[in-house]
Design a protein around this ligand. Structure first.
Ligand code: HEM
Length: 217
């Protein structure tokens, strides 16, 4: 593929990533605007809906997760990384804090996920991977290893992007299975496993020279 075509495709991919991230990042707001008889909450029993800890976990998860998704894509702009190093660091540190909050809360509410153990283990594994890759991405930036930093943050945002892919696949899977529960069990895994393979493919194209020097965090 010639250089301009390659660059155009890359830019289109980036704008699509940004568009989908912003769209889904705003979705949690519906839980604050509409009454509690909405979305996932409809599938929960009364005892869980009254549980203070579950509620704290749920709202922390969707609010911090929405914000992490909203700001994360900005970090993949090479122009910004080179020209606005301070901004890159500020957004990066904010993203890490949001991931810690949303990831820990996501793991907590994961134990109560609809769809039984298959769905629970899917979400909990995703949460652990999200926390691990983000922590590894942050510590490698601190250590000045920017290639590992870039790779780990690509994995981290691929995990974060599960929020987007879940909402694309779920309606299709419900149509396929004709039922919510089997579709939800499948999507608890399908929303993130292919994303990580995609991140692996992107990362395997990175060479040392591609990694951008941004100085210590
Ligand atoms: C990447 C790690 C993530 C994990 C491990 C995770 C885990 C979970 C779990 C366990 C639930 C509850 C499922 C249930 O009770 O059946 C949930 C629901 C939800 N999550 Fe996440 N999540 C992640 C990322 C995100 C992000 C980045 C957002 C931002 C938009 C988000 C927004 C939501 C929303 C809005 C719900 C409510 C369900 C719905 O309306 O579809 N999650 N998540």
């Amino acid at each position: 593929m010639n250089q301009p075509t390659h660059r155009t495709l890359k830019n289109l991919g980036y704008y699509l990533l940004a568009f989908l991230a912003i769209l889904i990042a705003l979705y949690p707001l519906t839980y604050f605007v509409l009454d509690r008889n909405f979305g996932l909450l409809q599938s929960k029993d009364e005892a869980l809906l009254l549980n203070v800890f579950w509620n704290i976990g749920f709202y922390t998860h969707i609010l911090a997760g929405g914000l992490a998704l909203l700001i994360g894509w900005i970090q993949f702009s090479q122009k910004l990384r080179i020209k606005q190093k301070r901004l890159h660091k500020l957004i990066g540190k904010t993203y890490v804090v949001l991931v810690i909050l949303s990831g820990m809360a996501g793991i907590g509410i994961g134990f109560f996920a609809t769809g039984g153990w298959i769905a629970k283990i899917g979400f909990i594994t995703l949460g652990l991977i999200w926390l691990y890759t983000t922590a590894a991405g942050f510590s490698s930036a601190k250590a000045g290893d920017y290639l590992t930093h870039q790779k780990m943050m690509t994995y981290s945002y691929a995990a974060c992007f599960a929020a987007v892919t879940l909402r694309i696949y779920l309606p299709l899977l419900i149509m396929l299975f004709g039922d919510f529960i089997p579709a939800y069990r499948v999507v608890a895994w399908l929303c993130w496993v292919p994303n990580l393979f995609f991140a692996y493919a992107l990362n395997s194209k990175l060479r040392d020279s591609v990694s951008v020097e941004i100085g210590p965090v």
